[in-house]
Design a protein around this ligand. Structure first.
Ligand SMILES: Cc1cc2nc3c(=O)[nH]c(=O)nc-3n(C[C@H](O)[C@H](O)[C@H](O)COP(=O)(O)OP(=O)(O)OC[C@H]3O[C@@H](n4cnc5c(N)ncnc54)[C@H](O)[C@@H]3O)c2cc1C
Ligand code: SF4
Length: 545
C-alpha cells in the first residue's frame, strides 16, 4: 500500500482506475491566493471541490491522508486495511464514551466514503423542520424542497442502485441503476418484515449494479468497509475526485492542515499545513473546512488568535457542541439454514418503518434498520467485547458465523449542548492539541434504543431466528458540532455553510447538521455540498464573496 509519501505531486495525481496509473493535475502556487482552499477530501470536501472547479473557480483540496489507487492498494484483509481509518490519538469521555477508530472516520482522499457501507438515503422531509412539524429538537434553516434537486443530483452522480418504487418519502424519480439482488441476510429482514406487516426494500446503494464507465458491477465479495478493490463502489475517491481533477482542481494528499490564519480585518488569508516534513502556507480568498465532525471543530478551535480568542467562527460559543451520533444497538439470531452474511454489501435490505411512523413510539425521534454482514474479524470483536466470550467459548460461537443474521439501527440522538468536541491539553505528532469527544445518551436516546432492540428482536424471531441476543455499545456517524441556522447567536454557519463571524470561512461536511435524523448522512452531506456550490456561484456573481 501507499506509504506516507505524497503521490499527488509534479503535475500528476494517481489515476484511481488504472494500476500504477497517473492523471494530469494542475498545481497552484502557495503565494498566490486560490479562490477556494478546502480542508478535507471526503463526502463534503470532494463534492464541493468538484462542483466549484467545474464552475471555473481555482480550487486546492488539502487532505491529511494518502491518495489511494484501489486496484493496487486495497487488500482483501481486515487487518491490513486498518490504514483507511483515522486512528490518531483522540480522548473519549462522558457517560457513554464513543469508540473512535475504524468504526468512525476515514483518513485519505475520499474520506470516510472509501470505507463506508454505501447506504444512501434521503432525510424524511419533516426532519428539516422537526421542531415545528414534529415537536422536538431543532429546525434546519433549509427545507426538504430546497434540497430535493440536489439529492437527485447526488444520486445521479453516484449512479445509485435502488428499487423502482422506494416505499418511503415523497414521490421521486426512480434510482439511476436497478437494485442489487438481496442476499440471504437481507431476505431474513424481508421475511420478518412481511410477518410483522411492515414495509421493507432493497437498500439504495452507491455501488453499481451494472457497468459504469471504468467501474465494473459489484462482485459481492463484501469487503466494502475495508476498501473496495474493484472500484464498483461509488466513493468520493472514484466519483468526485476524478471530476475535480479533470476540471482543474489540485488535490494535495498527506497535507495536514494545522491552522487557519486571519488578517487584522477578521478575514481568513489561508491555511498553514504540514506536508513532506515541512510547514507550508497556502494563501486563499476563501477557506472551507470539511474535516468531519471531530476534526472540523478541532481545527477551528486550534486556530484561535487575538481577534478570535475562543477559536474561529465561535462567537456563539457553539463550535464543538451539539454533537450527535447514530446509536447502533444490534439484535442477532441463529438460523438453521446457511445465511453466509458476508456475501455482498453488508446492508442489502432496509426498513424505514420507524422513520415515517410516529404512532406507537415511547420516544421522540426515529430510526431505520438494515440487515448486517460483518466480516469474521469484526464479528469476533463484537462477540468478544459485548458478550465477554474468549478462547473455546468464542471459537464455539464463531462456528455459528455462517448461520447468523442480525439487524442494526441508525438511531437518532438528541442534539444537546453538553455533548461536544473540545481541545485536550495533549498534543499530536504535529504539536496540535488533540480532540476530546464527550458524549452521553439522554433518557430519550435510551428509550429509542430499547424500542429498536425490542422491534428488531421480534422481527428476527418472526423470521425463524433463535438464541437472540443484543448488544448496546455501537455507534456510527458523528454529526453536528458546527451547526447551521438562521441566527448567529444560536448557530455557527448559515444555510450555505458560511460562518457568521468570518465572511470568507465556510464549513461543508456533516458537522453542519442541526439534527441527525434516522438515516446514514453521506447523501445529505453531498447534496448540501452541491447546493453550497450553486449558492457560492450566485454570491460570486453578485459580488458577495
Ligand atoms: C464503517 C463505516 C460505514 C459507513 N457507512 C455509511 C453508509 O453506508 N452511508 C452513509 O451515508 N454514511 C456511512 N458512513 C459515514 C460516512 O462515511 C460519513 O458520515 C461521511 O463520509 C462524513 O463526511 P464528511 O465530509 O463529514 O467527512 P469525511 O468523509 O470523513 O472526510 C473528512 C476528510 O477530512 C480529512 N481531514 C480531517 N482533518 C484534516 C486536516 N486537519 N487537514 C487535512 N485533512 C483533514 C480526513 O482525513 C478525511 O479524509 C460510514 C462510516 C463508517 C465508519
Ligand atoms: S461487495 Fe461490491 S462494493 Fe463491496 S467491496 Fe465487493 S465489489 Fe466492492
Amino acid at each position: 500500500m501507499n506509504g506516507e509519501q505524497p503521490r499527488a505531486v509534479n503535475g500528476r495525481a494517481p489515476d484511481v482506475f488504472t494500476p500504477g496509473g497517473w492523471t494530469p493535475m494542475r498545481e497552484y502556487a502557495e503565494s498566490t491566493p486560490v479562490d477556494f482552499l478546502i480542508v478535507g477530501a471526503g463526502a463534503g470536501g470532494a463534492t464541493l471541490g468538484c462542483r466549484l472547479a467545474e464552475k471555473g473557480f481555482s480550487v486546492v483540496i488539502l487532505e491529511a491522508g494518502p491518495f489511494w489507487r484501489p486496484l493496487d492498494d486495497f487488500a482483501s484483509d481486515e487487518l491490513a486495511q486498518q490504514t483507511l481509518f483515522w486512528t490518531d490519538d483522540r480522548i473519549t469521555g462522558g457517560d457513554d464514551p464513543i469508540a473512535l477508530g475504524g468504526n468512525n472516520s476515514g483518513r485519505g482522499v475520499g474520506g470516510s466514503t472509501v470505507h463506508f457501507s454505501m447506504i444512501v438515503l434521503r432525510f424524511r422531509p419533516e426532519w428539516f423542520k422537526s421542531r415545528s412539524k414534529l415537536g422536538y429538537s431543532f429546525d434546519w434553516p433549509i427545507s426538504y424542497e430546497e434540497l430535493a434537486p440536489y439529492y437527485e443530483e447526488a444520486e445521479e452522480a453516484l449512479k445509485v442502485a435502488g428499487p423502482v418504487n422506494y416505499p418511503w418519502g415523497p414521490p421521486r424519480r426512480r434510482y439511476p441503476y436497478r437494485p442489487h439482488e438481496v442476499n440471504a441476510a437481507g431476505l431474513v429482514l424481508a421475511r420478518g418484515a412481511e410477518k410483522l406487516g411492515v414495509k421493507w426494500a432493497a437498500t439504495p446503494l452507491a455501488t453499481v449494479s451494472a457497468p459504469r464507465g471504468k467501474s465494473p458491477p459489484c462482485v459481492y465479495r463484501g469487503f466494502c468497509n475495508y476498501g473496495c478493490s474493484t472500484n464498483a463502489k461509488q466513493s468520493a475517491l472514484t466519483v468526485w475526485i476524478p471530476r475535480a481533477l479533470a476540471a482543474g482542481a489540485e488535490v494535495r494528499d498527506l497535507a495536514m492542515a494545522a491552522r487557519i490564519e486571519i488578517d487584522p480585518r477578521g478575514r481568513a488569508t489561508g491555511v498553514a499545513f504540514f506536508r513532506d516534513g515541512a510547514l507550508h502556507f497556502q494563501r486563499a480568498s476563501n477557506v472551507v473546512v470539511a474535516g468531519y465532525a471531530i476534526e472540523t471543530p478541532r481545527l477551528l478551535l486550534n486556530s484561535a488568535c487575538p481577534l478570535f480568542p475562543q477559536g474561529l467562527a465561535n462567537s456563539s460559543g457553539l463550535v464543538g457542541t451539539h454533537l450527535t451520533t447514530h446509536s447502533g444497538p444490534g439484535a442477532w439470531a441463529t438460523f438453521d439454514e446457511e445465511i453466509r452474511w458476508y456475501k455482498g454489501p453488508p446492508n442489502m435490505a432496509v426498513t424505514e418503518h420507524w422513520n415515517y411512523t410516529d404512532d406507537g413510539k415511547d420516544f421522540r425521534g426515529a430510526y431505520a434498520f438494515m440487515s448486517q454482514g460483518p466480516l469474521p474479524m469484526s464479528w469476533a470483536q463484537t462477540v468478544a467485547t459485548s458478550r465477554g466470550l474468549w478462547g473455546e467459548a468464542l471459537r464455539a460461537e464463531m462456528l455459528k458465523y455462517n448461520h447468523m443474521a442480525g439487524f442494526v439501527p441508525v438511531g437518532e440522538t438528541e442534539p444537546r449542548i453538553e455533548n461536544r468536541v473540545e481541545l485536550a491539553d495533549e498534543t499530536d505528532q504535529f504539536g496540535l492539541k488533540i480532540p476530546r469527544v464527550v458524549f452521553s445518551y439522554s433518557e430519550n436516546d435510551k428509550r429509542l434504543q430499547r424500542h429498536a432492540v425490542r422491534f428488531m428482536s421480534d422481527m428476527l424471531e418472526a423470521a425463524g431466528g433463535y438464541d437472540i441476543w443484543t448488544n448496546y455499545k455501537d455507534t456510527s456517524h458523528l454529526l453536528g458540532t458546527c451547526r447551521m441556522g438562521d441566527d448567529p447567536k444560536t448557530s455557527v454557519v448559515d444555510a450555505d455553510g458560511r460562518s457568521w463571524d468570518v465572511p470568507n470561512l465556510w464549513i461543508c461536511d456533516g458537522s453542519v447538521f442541526p439534527t441527525c435524523g434516522g438515516v446514514n448522512p453521506s447523501l445529505t452531506i453531498q447534496a448540501l455540498a452541491c447546493r453550497a456550490a450553486d449558492r457560492i456561484e450566485t454570491k460570486a456573481a453578485a459580488g458577495d464573496l
